[in-house]
Design a protein around this ligand. Structure first.
Ligand code: HEC
Ligand code: HEC
Length: 277
């Protein structure tokens, strides 16, 4: 006690007491303050991100760069665009439809059997979305749950599809060539979440259709429309590859005129034979 009272007048004593007080308050606070939900989910995300990083470094960095900055042309001839700000939706689309990892650099990454399973795809998406800047998140089921869509909504979806999508994907979504070796793929059998992601992220030469341009509800209606078109047989006659009224008119024209020609030739032959004695 004597020692303490002699040191009490030391010039640094006040500072020491203040410091001790601050540490005590800080410690008490961190012990008693409620852990927020955010901190918990950040913990779970950290695991996803760490697992995603491993996958990324092995499977993607050779083309997209260690920091997702993109590679113009590496020594091995591989390249890929920057992934800064593409978001989880783009990764889920590209990896979930098997487009990425790209096997070889070609005009366009084709849809194929996915290389990664669902859990790995989620890890890759979490990693890119966390480390390479925020971007569009993976859309929820309100974008593609068509269980109770009304007939009017399907019709509305059809109108949106015809004005925004048929130029590239054809009237019934069977796709078409775009030039330069590129093509708009068939939309048949595309999973709902990937369908929405394509509109949100605009892969390759497809434009982005943000929620401000086409609302989530209308995106769902478009999906519902295509589902209906592709599960129902074409109404009236042959589908003719769904090329639309112009193609059908042409087919009718060729068949109609063709049969008239055949008939005329037949008449001609008969009249010639009739004149012979
Ligand atoms: C062989 C090189 C290569 C590899 C490996 C590769 N990519 Fe790609 N990636 C590309 C190219 C090239 C494009 C552009 C393709 C296109 O537009 O059709 C692309 C496009 C993308 C896009 C779309 C970017 C955008 O702007 O929308 C994403 C996302 C993506 N890759 C993620 C990945 C992920 C994740 C992996 C690893 C699992 C991966 N890629 C592996 C070459 C590669
Ligand atoms: C300018 C042409 C163009 C327009 C317009 C367009 N797309 Fe696309 N779309 C493409 C191309 C090209 C791809 C393939 C991208 C790739 O392979 O990376 C594509 C891919 C898709 C896919 C992915 C299919 C798959 O194989 O996984 C969907 C779904 C899709 N488009 C839906 C739509 C919808 C819905 C609209 C209208 C709102 C639309 N697109 C408008 C060119 C277009």
């Amino acid at each position: 006690m004597r020692a303490l009272s002699t040191h009490r007048r030391h010039p640094l004593a006040g500072v020491l007491v203040l410091l001790l007080g601050l540490v005590a308050v800080g410690g008490l606070y961190s012990a008693l303050a409620p852990r927020t939900a955010q901190a918990d989910s950040a913990g779970a995300d950290a695991e996803l991100v760490a697992a995603g990083r491993e996958l990324y470094l092995v499977g993607c960095a050779s083309c997209h760069g260690l920091n997702g900055q993109g590679i113009l042309q590496s020594k091995s001839g591989q390249y890929g665009p920057s992934l800064i700000g593409v978001g989880a939706a783009a990764v889920d689309f590209q990896v979930g439809t098997g487009r990425m990892p790209m096997a070889s650099n070609s005009q366009q990454a084709p849809r194929k059997e996915p290389f990664y399973d669902d859990a790995e795809t989620e890890q890759l998406a979490a990693f890119v979305a966390t480390e390479f800047g925020p971007g569009p998140a993976i859309p929820g089921s309100e974008y593609y749950d068509i269980a109770d869509v009304s007939e009017e909504e399907v019709t509305r979806g059809g109108e949106f599809f015809l004005t925004n999508c048929t130029a590239c994907h054809n009237a019934v979504g069977i796709g078409g060539a775009l030039g330069g070796g590129r093509y708009a793929p068939s939309l048949e059998g595309v999973e709902g979440v990937h369908f929405a992601e394509a509109m949100i992220t605009g892969p390759q030469s497809m434009p982005v259709f943000s929620d401000a341009v086409i609302s989530p509800e209308d995106k769902r209606n478009i999906y519902a429309y295509l589902n209906e078109v592709q599960t129902q047989p074409a109404s009236g006659g042959f589908a003719l590859g769904g090329v639309g009224p112009v193609g059908e008119g042409l087919a009718g024209w060729v068949a109609g005129i063709g049969s008239l020609v055949v008939f005329a030739v037949w008449i001609g032959k008969h009249s010639v034979r009739a004149r012979k004695p």
